[in-house]
Write a protein that binds this ligand. Structure first.
Ligand code: GZL
Length: 322
């Protein structure tokens, strides 16, 4: 059978495109698919964390399925279930609270989908339910805040009355930052936490709760300890509206070291911010690739962090990446 030139060319093109799908060629290699269930968009820190994850996935050539949990556990669980149904390669998430995850993590394990915890951890006795937890040591962050205050107040005679804006109730950072701070201040009875309430890590709630603290305690307040910068920034507005000078009349200690905190420190309205890095994206993508390549990774990856008093804010600010 004689084949004309046109038919031969068509056959040759078809053969070439088929060959390119053979295993081992660039086209044939399937992209790793990562399902990520984020806490929400409650703070500057969270926005920077989401940006880090999305840009790192793009740079790593990993297909990212992303969901915003709007700070509700049921939304995160729903997203994780959808990733299981879609048979993604790896699931990662930042648990909004510590408890209530075992059922859905068992479902992921049954589906043979590895899980990575980022930023916050979960309360479980069965640590086979996740491959690794990467994030900050929140207890140490609370200790750093406490040590800075003890040093600053060492010559202060009489009581030091502290009000505390806690993070989201039941979340690892709220529980552990409180624990670390109290571990340090319990050494000296002059330090007293006279009010402590959640501001849910948001500016709006931080302002609202600080207004209530000021109404109840007024000029008795010497120190505000806020579990994140967003609540501290909200509280600064309440302090100014009450006719007081933030960082002078009330010493303000906060955590995250986001841009807003540096701006407040440069304006002389915040005394210090303990660093809590949201830039977990690159570490997460490396872990995802290592898991898919069958490598073992450490059960715990801790992010190294510093502390920034207002005196260094101006020089440090241009170097900040979030
Ligand atoms: C800490 C992170 C906390 C931040 C808050 O790693 O989970 O959640 O400190 C954020 O700003 O809302």
């Amino acid at each position: 059978m004689k084949l004309n030139r046109r038919t031969l060319t068509t056959l040759a093109l078809a053969a070439a495109s088929l060959a390119s799908l053979l295993p081992g060629t660039a086209l044939a290699q399937k992209k790793i698919v990562l399902g990520f269930a984020q806490v929400g968009a409650e703070s500057e820190w969270r926005t920077a964390n989401t940006e880090s994850i999305k840009s790192a996935a793009k740079e790593s050539g990993i297909e990212l399925k992303f969901s915003d949990g709007q700070q509700k556990q049921e939304n995160q669980i729903k997203a994780i279930r959808s990733y299981i149904a879609q048979k993604v390669d790896v699931i990662a998430f930042s648990p909004v609270v510590e408890s209530g995850w075992e059922t859905v993590l068992r479902e992921a394990k049954a589906a043979k989908i590895p899980v990575v915890l980022t930023d916050r951890s979960v309360n479980t006795k069965d640590d086979s339910l996740y491959v690794t937890f990467m994030g900050s040591d929140f207890v140490e962050e609370g200790r750093k805040a406490g040590r800075w205050m003890v040093e600053k107040m060492k010559d202060q005679k009489g009581e030091v009355n502290i009000v505390e804006l806690q993070g989201t109730v039941g979340s690892a950072p709220a529980i552990d930052r409180k624990k670390g701070f109290e571990e340090i201040i319990k050494a000296d009875p002059k330090f007293k936490i006279i009010r402590s309430q959640t501001g849910d890590f948001t500016r709006a709630k931080g302002k609202e709760v600080m207004e209530a603290f000021l109404k109840a305690e007024g000029k008795k307040i010497n120190v505000l300890y806020a579990h994140n910068d967003d609540m501290a920034i909200g509280a600064i507005q309440a302090i100014e509206e009450a006719g007081l000078k933030p960082a002078k009349d009330i010493t303000i200690i906060s955590i995250d070291a986001v841009k807003g905190a540096f701006e407040a420190m440069m304006a002389g309205k915040l005394n210090v911010s303990v660093e809590c890095s949201p830039l977990l994206g690159p570490q997460l993508m490396t872990a995802v690739k290592d898991i898919k390549a069958g490598k073992t990774i450490p059960k715990r990856i801790v992010t190294e962090e510093g502390i920034f008093p207002m005196e260094v804010a101006k020089t440090e600010f241009p170097k900040r990446k979030y």
